[in-house]
Design a protein around this ligand. Structure first.
Ligand code: HEM
Length: 188
């Protein structure tokens, strides 16, 4: 069975930031939404956002986008007649070595340390929420919710993957761990 790295160093870095910003106070929506107000809050924002972005790069919940051409459309030098189905495999774009350099399969949140546009060299190759008129309307809510959950967990607990975890990503509407993701929690 493949052994999974746990990247406890990143868990540690994220926890330090959460404790620095919130201490043992309950993180609230206002605190999280005003993350950019102070320098320390920016650090929390950066670390946790970097980690979430890297997770969404490696495991985008929506792995494939499909579109049907309604009207004759020119795409570069391709002329697409109505009825053509287009598939954009987000998960493959997110793992493209030419776009992400030779550590494309590694979990490396550091690549997002200067934001998404630096990490993608200004391209649109990072699209967990899609871009354009049909982009996800829930993306800010989803990111805020994930940050809140992570902050609450990191404040009180450390966690590691259970030895019973089997790495088997599969798609059932969205990308999921086929046998769940059992984790072991420890009180800090
Ligand atoms: C990590 C969490 C989420 C991810 C990765 C995600 C990803 C996406 C993606 C890729 C699309 C575009 C699908 C397509 O064009 O075929 C989409 C659309 C959409 N998402 Fe999300 N989503 C997330 C959470 C949410 C949440 C929390 C909500 C609502 C509160 C939401 C509401 C929507 C809606 C309504 C659309 C359709 C938008 C449209 O077609 O105009 N999503 N999402």
């Amino acid at each position: 069975m493949e052994t999974r790295k746990m990247y406890l160093d990143w868990q540690h870095r994220a926890r330090e930031d959460v404790l620095q910003v919130f201490g043992d106070k309950k993180p609230d929506f206002d605190g999280l939404s005003h993350l950019k107000v102070t320098i320390t809050n920016e650090i929390l924002h950066a670390q946790v956002t970097m980690i979430l972005n890297e997770v969404l790069r490696l495991y985008p919940s929506v792995v494939l986008l499909d579109r049907t051409v309604q009207n004759k459309t020119q795409l570069g030098n391709l002329t697409l007649p109505p009825g053509v189905h287009l598939y954009l495999p987000t998960v493959l774009v997110h793992h493209d070595r030419e776009l992400w350099s030779d550590d494309e399969t590694e979990f490396n949140p550091e690549r997002f340390s200067e934001g998404v546009s630096k990490a993608t060299k200004g391209g649109l190759c990072f699209s967990p929420f899609e871009w354009g008129p049909q982009a996800c309307i829930g993306q800010n809510f989803a990111m805020m919710e994930a940050k809140m959950a992570l902050a609450l967990i990191l404040q009180h607990l450390t966690f590691e993957l259970s030895p019973s975890y089997v790495h088997a990503s599969f798609t059932f509407i969205t990308l999921q761990p086929q046998f769940g993701a059992p984790i072991i929690l420890h009180k800090c």
